[in-house]
Design a protein around this ligand. Sequence first.
Ligand code: ATP
Ligand code: MG
Length: 598
Amino acid sequence: MIERPASVVKELLENSLDAGATRVEVAVEKGGAESIRITDNGCGIAAEQLSLAVASHATSKIVDADDLFRVETLGFRGEALASIAEVSRLVLKSRPADCESGAELEVVGGRAEPIRPVGCPPGTSVEVRQLFFNTPVRQKFLRTTQTEMGHVTEAVTRLALGCPGVHFSLSHGGRLVHDLPPVDDLRQRVAILFGEPLAESLIKIDSLDNDIRLQGYVANPTHSRGNNRMQYLYLNGRYIRDRSLQHALGEAYRGLLLTGRYPICFLLLELSPAQVDVNVHPTKLEVRFQDGGRIYSQLLGSLRSKFLTTDLVARGSVPQQPATDGDQDEVARSTPATSELFDWAKRQLGSSHRQDGPLVFEKPTSEEAGDPLRLHSVSLPTASVDREVADRGVAAGSPPILRADPALPPPRALQIHNRYLVVEIEDGLEVIDQHALHERILYETLREKVLAGVLESQRLLVPEPVDLAADEAAAVLEQSELFRRLGLEVEPFGGETVLVSAYPAMLANFSPGEVLHSLAEQLQTEGKSPEPRDLLDELMHMIACKAAIKFGDRLTPEEVESLLAQRHLAQDHQHCPHGRPTALVFTREQLDRQFKRI
Ligand SMILES: Nc1ncnc2c1ncn2[C@@H]1O[C@H](COP(=O)(O)OP(=O)(O)OP(=O)(O)O)[C@@H](O)[C@H]1O
Ligand SMILES: [Mg+2]
């Protein structure tokens, strides 16, 4: 149970919190291998109880066997101090508030010295020196000071996030690492521990379902990690790892994060101790819920409904690709998308000049006309675009002339690079990924129709035979029921041929053969026995992706208009179904700042 200094820190801190401390100081030397001292202002231990405290199987927290079924304290086994004292030089000093003086007990490698009176403030202090001094094998397993200190810091962090009302401090080699004054709001603690940007991105969660309370914060999807270590889940103040709850969290962020990215959360779950068994894991890290399904649904449900009413837009930044160490919080300051935008702006400025009146983007020379950076007018009627010229320009494959008349609002939307739409919005500008947005809209429409069972499907006059590889045919036929829900009907036709008798209207532009091959491929990458729900979702993603306009497709002004007009059809139009943002916002203030106007 005591593997490393961090395990000692965790156990001692838990004891301090169980003792009702409101202030706990942790001071370590050499990553805790040399010494760990934890001082609290809790209830203290009476002199005559000191030897019991370090005895094996002695606890003040459980009186009878029934108590084990409603554990309300972090500790309950009566083992921690005894096992720490076994492998270190431990000095326990304590004084209950109502005693005049304190008492001290030293235990060296499990051997207790006589108890001595000592002057000390109310509360308890435990010093653990030379951990594993008598078990060299375990000492050998200790890592570098830096690594051990990392674990110690994490142990303090876990407990500190679970008890925001308690003042914690951590110092290493006399240097203060963290000072965490008591706070009302967990967000403030997150700000000190992980920085303001993450704290500002937090979305508050508060739900009460009968007697189960879930509250705390989850991070906006702009903040994520390459692993699930930033998922701080607490059950009645105890930090836990729970695969089912982690799964619920992942489900809630489905489509909001890129594959391989994990959500960040700080969530406190409170329920009656009788509904959970905490005595199933040696370090109490895992617990067993009486009704895990209900808690799963509550977590997933409350996050989902919160996300529906939250603006999850990526403000002027996009998450970077997964970092190799997977540990960095990734919010890019300058991204490829940003620099592309500035490049574009720069080039446009290069080909314009100021006149006395309006700013004119001149018609480029013929060699520029072949440049993919051509500017297409996709403006709405409010913009001062010479529509006729614009349309002619587009039709002739050369760019239109845009006039920025100061008297009129500037054009509302531009397609650039045949892939992005630049839109002026009230407080800045928005750059939209045309494929990602369209894909999201199609995906949500499709999902809605599939769920309601009203997807348009065309029955083919003559069923179309499609030849597949043997394993593809088998995979496709096995899932024919699922395909039917997507408006695609397939039947066996002998050998490796399947017959397509009905076909989703949405895929009218693609041949059934092409679609079936892609679907079969998708089925095969899903592994052995995917959950039908996940599979259906994957297939819908695939269909939406296939049917959506491509990155690189040139759009007519009408197409752009219609795409933007459909935006409201998607509940989450800010992310494509794979979780990439569909739009980035650059506020006017950001631009002003970048151009050193403010
Ligand atoms: N900081 C403290 N303040 C007051 N009492 C303490 C403190 N630390 C330990 N004790 C007393 O010593 C006892 C033994 O502590 P120990 O950590 O070994 O066991 P536990 O907390 O009861 O159970 P577990 O082994 O699950 O942690 C506790 O039950 C408590 O009565
Ligand atoms: Mg304990």
